[in-house]
Design a protein around this ligand. Structure first.
Ligand code: ATR
Length: 269
């Protein structure tokens, strides 16, 4: 029987996941489909039951279901459990197992830039995305991680969980020159009004500045960072990275990320 996969979320119409996975399936001669499914929060349980009944082999989960899917699954892997968020589900023939590939996808994409593990890393934001990324940074061997957030208590909690330190946004702004890598994870970057979560006046030229948002490709944060002489990393790599790890979990095949980054960039550009 033809295998099929899905991504569930709301909204879902503009997701590039179906394009990405179907391209990889084709490239590797796998006869499988990948379908976007719009699901309202109140319908998640029914939708999951329907996917199971119809024999889904695996699926991705995006906003707003990344947390609410957890109690419905048979097993949650350690990373997803620490994150309290799942973005990938694998059906192993018996159980539906939840993973979170967002953080590792981001860190993989960061290694496309000339990063050093000894660099002092600033993570701006302390929400779900920051949590996934901070854990993945720690696992990948970065040892000096600072979390800065508008609500300092959330920064302190995340810093405690990963063994890093916390700062106010104002203090981070003043000491930007101490950081080799700056990662913007807040939702501020989504706005088109040039708003920034912090001012980048004190950033050193050559610093690596990364944003997790991929649409727009050039966020206000990345535009300003580039002006300041930073090496910028946009969110396309994270999007492709999380998808590549999910694809590998489903098929055992590592897909070509670089080629996909180009295809997605062209689609968005
Ligand atoms: P996600 O799961 O996408 O990370 P989230 O958990 O809602 O979403 O977190 C959003 C992040 O953006 C938080 O760090 C939030 O800061 P607070 O913890 O203080 O709410 C940050 N954020 C949102 N709007 C912001 C703004 N206008 N200025 C600074 N930070 C902002």
């Amino acid at each position: 029987m033809k295998k099929w996969y899905a991504v569930i979320g709301e909204p879902i119409a503009h997701s590039l996941s179906p394009y990405m996975h179907e391209t990889w399936f084709k490239e590797h001669g796998i006869d499988a489909a990948y379908i976007p499914v719009q699901v309202k929060p109140a319908d998640l349980e029914k939708a999951f039951f329907a996917l199971k009944t119809l024999g889904v082999s695996g699926f991705n989960i995006t906003l707003p279901h990344k947390e609410s899917i957890l109690p419905l699954l048979d097993h949650i892997d350690e990373t997803a459990s620490a994150m309290n968020a799942v973005n990938t589900v694998v059906f192993d023939g018996e159980n539906y197992v939840g993973f979170n590939t967002d953080g590792d996808g981001f860190v993989q994409s960061l290694f496309a830039a000339p990063v050093k593990l000894s660099a002092r890393v600033l993570v701006i934001g302390a929400g779900g995305a920051a949590r996934g990324i901070s854990y993945a940074l720690k696992r990948s061997g970065f040892s000096d991680i600072v979390i800065a957030n508008r609500t300092i208590a959330r920064a302190e909690e995340l810093a405690r969980d990963i063994g890093g330190s916390a700062m106010t946004l104002a203090d981070a702004e003043k000491s930007l020159g101490d950081f080799g890598i700056i990662i913007q994870t807040t939702s501020v970057g989504l706005s088109t009004d040039q708003a920034l979560p912090i001012s980048l006046e004190n950033v050193k030229s050559g610093t690596i500045a990364a944003d997790i948002i991929y649409n727009p490709l050039e966020t206000p944060f990345l535009i300003k960072a580039k002006e300041q002489g930073c090496h910028t990393v946009n969110g396309v790599g994270m999007f492709v990275g999380q998808g590549a790890i999910a694809f590998e979990k489903w098929t055992g095949i590592k897909p070509d990320m670089e080629k996909m980054k180009e295809l997605i960039t062209n689609k968005l550009g």
